[in-house]
Design a protein around this ligand. Structure first.
Ligand code: DLL
Length: 432
């Protein structure tokens, strides 16, 4: 069921005509039903009927997290509450969460998009899907649940946590597909090894991982430890949840943005100016079909590059490169810009280290300093403290060579870095 729907390979002109029609409807819907959008457009002197081409999108106001917070909880909803069948909320690290709503049609659209995404990842009707994304206000659990059911899979609605039990059920229920955060996949792999279960021999053939940044090096690590294809999926609550974009199993190179439902732009994070394809910047999305929570030009803070070159899978939808970080995740250490993902690349390709790490940031006087805590593999730990210190010194040098920043690296014993239960906490900032 649902394999390569026609819209996935639609010629660009047709796709863009569809986008324009849907964009015009969305802008009218926002103007008519959401006071914040009407006021923002009035302030810019822009009326919905002035939107004649897709390029006119740049005349629309941006929407930022602050706007959603200011209208907490339901102020940006564009449908009456008696038509809103569900809400989700994204976990803000500080203050109130951002709340999003769905009509029944929105839920159907999302289930279709997730079925399409899971299918693009190589999962088929009849597959058994172990869903270890958290159920609840987070969009991961229910988003995958509805999509996998719609595709025709048998869903095991495990949710996050209870890692030992997860491993037991993966062993007993023999799922063929797995969904969770990439950091949790490694936690599962480790728990399986501890329980004497060789995940590579189990029927799981593909894992669909997202909700946090991860690197190519981490993909290889997960693929080799679990014996699966590891596919990257992206999304955010404000836009719909997971299923905004996904890699295809054919190419595993960039995530196809489902452009029949989302209009994507890359902008300069400092100026907000749109950037051409191929240049790195901040992703901005406009929803094209949503009823309860339409969103115009949402500034995601996620950094990526758009790629319009044809993909070998035949899909015509533009690809975004894997997210390298968030504009608000960027650390500035002694004047050097550092993303946690760059540190991850260096750590994960060091064979004597396990892929579990955490970065701590301190302020010493006026200087920010970075400490990287990473775990030894068992064979390294057995060689003792001196061997671990030697590896730490080498990694310090590698980080200096590849990223250009001086830091302190501490190689810890096995099990000494906290394990992820969902979205991993990669940075602990002691400056705050
Ligand atoms: O994390 C939705 C999701 C669930 C995506 C399950 C994929 C799988 P939020 O909790 O609102 O929604 O967090 C959204 O997570 O702005 C990114 O910074 C980050 N993120 C999501 N997917 C990826 C990914 C869900 N594949 C925020 N790579 C986004 C890197 C990701 N970062």
């Amino acid at each position: 069921m649902i394999l390569h729907t026609d819209v996935e390979t639609m010629p660009r002109e047709e796709l863009e005509a569809l986008q324009l029609k849907r964009l015009q409807n969305t802008v009218e819907h926002c103007y008519a039903n959401v006071r914040a959008y009407r006021e923002a457009m009035d302030e810019l002197g822009f009326k919905p009927e002035q939107l004649k081409t897709l390029a006119d999108v740049r005349h629309l106001p941006f929407t930022e997290k602050e706007h959603l917070r200011a209208n907490y909880p339901f102020g940006m909803f564009a449908a009456p509450m008696d038509q809103v069948v569900r809400v989700h909320a994204s976990s803000g690290t500080t203050g109130k969460p951002t709340v999003v709503g769905y009509t029944q049609r929105d839920i159907n659209t999302w289930a279709d998009l997730m079925a399409r995404s899971i299918s693009a990842a190589g999962v088929r009707s009849g597959d058994r899907f172990h869903n270890a994304y958290g159920y609840g206000l987070f969009t991961g659990g229910l988003g995958f649940h509805y999509g996998a059911e719609r595709l025709g899979c048998t869903v095991v609605p495990m949710s996050g946590g209870q890692t030992q039990k997860q491993v037991m059920l993966i062993n007993d229920f023999a799922p063929t597909a797995l969904g969770c955060t990439p950091s949790y996949a490694l936690n599962l792999a480790e728990e399986a090894e501890r329980a004497g279960i060789d995940m590579r021999k189990l029927p799981v053939k593909v894992g669909i991982f997202g909700a946090e940044p991860w690197t190519e090096e981490m993909r290889f690590e997960i693929e080799s430890r679990l014996g699966i294809d590891a596919i990257d999926i992206y999304g955010l609550s404000e836009i719909i949840g997971p299923g905004v974009s996904v890699e295809c199993i054919e190419a595993k190179s960039g995530l196809h943005v489902w452009e029949d439902h989302f209009y994507v732009e890359i902008v300069d994070p400092d100026t907000g100016e749109p950037l051409p394809y191929g240049e790195e910047g901040e992703l901005v999305f406009t929803s094209l079909t949503k009823e309860a929570f339409p969103i115009l030009r949402y500034r995601t803070r996620d950094i990526s590059i758009l790629d319009a070159t044809p993909c070998k899978c035949g899909r015509t939808h533009v690809r975004m490169k894997r997210i390298t970080g968030r504009t608000d995740d960027m650390l500035i250490i002694r004047g050097v810009n550092v993303f946690p993902s760059q540190v991850e690349s260096v750590l994960v390709r060091t064979e004597t280290l396990s892929p579990f790490y955490q970065i701590e940031i301190f302020r010493e006087g006026t200087m920010d300093t970075m400490k990287v805590n990473v775990e030894a593999t068992a064979p390294l730990a057995e060689q003792g403290v001196e061997a671990m210190q030697r590896v730490a010194a080498n990694v310090t040098k590698d980080i200096k060579d590849f990223i250009g920043v001086s830091c302190q690296v501490v190689v810890k014993g096995v099990g000494e870095v906290p394990r992820s239960q969902g979205k991993a906490v990669r940075v602990i900032d002691h400056r705050k």
